[in-house]
Design a protein around this ligand. Sequence first.
Ligand SMILES: [Zn+2]
Length: 285
Amino acid sequence: MSPAPRVLLSIDYEPWFALFRHYDALSDPHQRRDLDGGFTLHAIDPILEQLGDSKASIYLVGEIAEWYPDVPQKIVSAGHELGLHCHIHRPLVNVNELAEDIRASSAWCKQYGVRGYRAPMVGISESAYQLLSDNGFAYSSSIYAPTGTLLQKGNVWEIPVSTLRMRGDNEVYTAPRDFSFKLLLNGEFPYGSSFSIGLLGRQILRIIESELKRGCSPAIILHPYELVRPPASNRLTRDVILNPLLIPFLRDKSGFLKNLLKSFPVSPLGTYLDEMLAAQGARNV
Ligand SMILES: [Zn+2]
């Protein structure tokens, strides 16, 4: 029997400035920590409270684990799945850069038995899967594809962030897969992205409901700065004014999360994968 459909809820736990590409090159760890201003430490308790008894996958940016070792500890103690988002948030498609980045987070990943990975910007390369396998990861959730797609890449599973095909569906999906404007024009809508949730809110809940009814488990992403407001600063105001397209990312989604948790069953991605593999194993006996 296939696992019961549920929402595969994930939070990419990153500093607010991860949204803005001009901070990517900022390499001084003290400056990066100062820029975060304690936000990622102070947001964790209210977010765990918002989640209540529901369990999610929380993909942590490694530099936060370095600044505040309490954060991964709190996530695990509250019963959530702790995963890796990357060590320093920036596009990480080059495999050598990715190898170095994973190495930088390897201590806490090992300490907590991390086995799930979400690539920053949901962008991954072919060679990354072998690297993830070599580093003990069981799965990645680093592409967009229609809900229900589950792909095997060597020893690593790929559980895509959800899209909805609005017309035709005879395509074979493979990883890696870059989500481009062309896919959108082809009628594929990435409703699992928090950008889409920021734009459409309640309509996304309706899509989720219909996906669950047809037996699929939608995978969606939220961010800490969408659930707890980062402290207002001139810098943040300026960054938003200069990047108005990012506004849907900063829209408050705590109401969305509340409705989601009230209406639907949720689980971490890792739990879902275990159930899927157990069901497949049972079928093969
Ligand atoms: Zn991210």
